[in-house]
Write a protein that binds this ligand. Structure first.
Ligand code: PRX
Length: 678
């Protein structure tokens, strides 16, 4: 894990700097220029008053925004009906709308030739621009293809595709006909894909023949073929062509483009209830089974569009460049739904930060004239190692805001991002949120007046978000300069509604730990001035290169190897990835393989069961694991050993066998020595 600089040395930036805050920010007299809907709130004249209203009169706030910002087929009658104790969250009931109409049709009416998507293909300089008119046409053709194949409202459709216009059109086509999409990151293995298809009981999968990334061909369809063999629910696989290469097609495979071209380019949108399902997105939790987080229609769309507009100060005509993959929530909310709902121009990034060289992002910024760039700290940490020249040789004058997401950004990376990439000109917004929150919850929000930004802090809650910190006893920590478990005290429209097929787990995970609050699973610190800093996960979830991973998932995979008796996975600090996974293995008796072979096979099994990014960086073979007398593995002890904080092992009175620790410490040192030699 990265440590930020001691708080004393964090300097407030931006506030008071000439030209900042920008003149367009909210002032005491022009709050309605800042947010037109605010004109409806008599007496609200400045930003703090608007923020207070969003918390104290949340229903009034969200009602005005939902009516003004979304296009409804029929209006809602109830703003919200939430009971956090039961995990029951309902917004804008009675209302009917279609998300694809909000993201496409209404912009086709006003500006059909405006560019909706810029597909930044793997090959630099080969971008493809898709207008709103074109996006509508493609979406309708895919929607009609799905309908012809028998896909109906409520059916789940698994999308396993790299970022591309056809992938976005597939998501929106589902939304148009009321199907529920579940995008699976195209880096997941066949088994991980199969688990997700089965949990969702999808009959339809959409994929591409191959993918192209970093100049390499990836056999995507082959992975789908393997997954589908394990999934009796699948009746059809629609295959789009990313390359001209032929791939084997079976009797359930349908060439998507060929079918689409036979369909009409218009498709009536289905009127969806606000609380009908829009999508499932699987994410890791503290058990071995990923959770299918459920997001619904109106609340999610409103929240992503509002956060996109205000956190990034997105203006009409701006080019928004979020480089996340569509397989993660960041791709859903800030590549697809937020920007398109706002009628924006959004970049779909297919490549990697270092292809064909470490200047890729900045060359793209120059070529596409990107105004807001939104990426992950892991990439920033990687790029800063290559030096400033890769950045400075490109014109970045189009940039206005730089965003960071997914994991803590350490001070060094923050400084480099701000000073080198942004030339000390662009506010850096470190945005905290989760798959569960649907959109950004805590961020500097630079559209705000006098927005002070402190490096490596996520700063302030967004409108309607009421963060609270809790102590170990479940008591709310009042006042500032305090740290605890981060909860959110009142519901907001973007939050997840349930875990697919497992509402009990939803309640247990998020609402039981602190009654009447949403528990995030993260720890946070609140500074003297009331600003927030995220201190990391409190559960057995680790964050590898900004990707969430349950340690139980890793253990579940390695335990399937025939030589493994038991295992324990933990997260450990990694210079580039933020966190890496470190796995301790106890072997069964009589194993006669070399340690090297065992390690390689275990890495292979994790890659096969989960994904390449989940492969452990360290595998230490031990005789026994530190356990309590009741047999529970003491991961806290393992973490301290790996952090080399032996004087912080804490209370060991429950430890069963003290010799286990000495052995592990010695083995750890030995392993590092060997690694250094290699
Ligand atoms: O631990 C927090 C970390 O990522 C988790 C959410 O992961 P996921 O659902 O995959 O969504 C990632 C993209 C929103 C959080 O519980 N996290 C996310 N953003 C930050 C962060 N940690 C520190 N600072 C952040 N800005």
């Amino acid at each position: 894990m990265w440590r930020v600089r001691p708080l004393a040395s964090l300097r407030p930036l931006l506030a008071g700097r000439p030209g900042w805050p920008p003149a367009r920010a909210a002032s005491s007299t022009n709050i309605s220029a800042f947010m037109p809907e605010a004109a409806a709130f008599a007496g609200v004249r400045d930003y703090p008053a608007l923020k207070q209203l969003s918390l104290r009169q949340a229903e009034r706030f969200w009602e005005a925004l939902a009516r003004a910002r979304l296009s409804w087929i029929s209006p809602f009658h109830t703003v919200s009906d939430c009971d956090l104790a039961r995990g029951s969250i309902r917004w804008f009931e009675g209302g009917r709308l279609n998300v694809s109409v909000n993201c496409i049709d209404r912009h086709v009416h006003t500006s059909p030739d405006k560019v909706a998507l810029i597909w930044e293909r793997d090959e630099p300089g080969a971008e493809v621009k898709i207008t709103y008119r074109h996006l509508l046409e493609v979406t309708c053709r895919v929607a009609n293809t799905l309908k012809r194949q028998g896909v109906r409202k409520g059916d789940r459709v698994t999308i396993y595709m790299p970022a591309s216009p056809i992938a976005v059109a597939s998501m929106l086509a589902c939304a148009r006909i009321g199907a529920v999409h579940t995008v699976v990151f195209a880096g997941f293995s066949a088994e991980a894909l199969a688990d997700r298809i089965q949990d969702a009981q999808s009959e339809t999968v959409i994929t591409t023949n191959q993918a192209v990334r970093g100049g390499r061909i990836i056999e995507l369809k082959k992975t789908v073929d393997q997954a589908v063999k394990m999934c009796p629910s699948v009746k059809r696989v629609l295959v789009a062509k990313r390359t001209e290469n032929e791939v084997p097609m079976s009797n359930i495979d349908i060439p998507l483009e060929e079918e689409m071209m036979r369909e009409e380019a218009v498709c009536d949108p289905v009127a969806m209830e606000s609380e009908d399902l829009l999508f499932l997105l699987y994410t890791s939790g503290s058990t071995g089974k990923p959770k299918g987080m459920v997001h619904t229609q109106a609340g999610y769309l409103l929240y992503t569009s509002l956060t996109h507009r205000y956190v990034f100060d997105y203006r009409d005509g701006d080019v928004f460049g979020c480089v996340a993959d569509i397989g993660w929530i960041t791709g859903h909310s800030y590549v697809v739904y937020g920007p398109l709902c706002n009628g924006g121009t959004t970049v779909l990034f297919e490549s990697t930060p270092v292809y064909p060289n470490p200047g890729r992002y900045w060359e793209m910024v120059e070529r596409l004239k990107i105004n807001q760039f939104y990426g992950a700290p892991t990439a920033i940490r990687l790029l800063l190692k290559y030096g400033d020249e890769w950045v400075k040789s490109h014109d970045r004058s189009s940039l206005k805001i730089l965003g960071s997401v997914g994991e803590p950004i350490n001070s060094e990376a923050w400084d480099w991002y701000y000073r080198v990439v942004g030339d000390g000109r662009c506010p850096v917004v470190d945005t905290w949120w989760q798959t569960e929150t649907g959109g950004i919850c805590i961020a500097p929000c630079p559209a705000e007046r006098d927005a002070e930004i402190i490096p490596a802090m996520v700063m302030r809650p967004f409108f309607g978000i009421d963060p609270v910190l809790m102590d170990d006893q479940g008591r709310r920590l009042m006042g500032n300069n305090t740290a605890g478990s981060l909860c959110i005290a009142q519901p907001w429209p973007g939050m997840a509604r349930t875990i697919y097929n497992d509402h009990d787990r939803f309640i247990t995970t998020y609402f039981k730990p602190y009654p009447n609050h949403f528990f995030t699973g993260d720890g946070a610190y609140r500074s003297e001035k009331g600003y927030y800093r995220i201190t990391g996960r409190l559960d057995d979830v680790i964050n590898v290169s900004g990707h969430r991973l349950g340690t139980a998932e890793i253990e579940g995979a390695v335990n399937q190897h025939r030589v493994v008796a038991e295992s324990a996975a933990i997260g450990c600090a990694h210079e580039i990835k933020g966190e890496a996974s470190y796995v301790f293995i106890v072997l069964k008796d009589g194993v006669d393989m070399t340690e090297h072979v065992i390690r390689e096979e275990l890495k292979g099994i994790v890659s096969q069961k989960i994904a390449k990014y989940a492969v452990p960086d360290y595998i230490q073979i031990v005789k026994r694991l530190p356990k309590t007398r009741s047999g529970k593995i003491m991961r806290r002890v393992l973490r301290k050993i790996v952090e080399r904080k032996l004087d912080e092992l804490g209370d060991l009175t429950t430890l069963d066998d003290h010799t286990a620790i000495q052995e592990i410490v010695a083995g750890h040192k030995e392993m590092l020595k060997k690694e250094a030699k290699e």
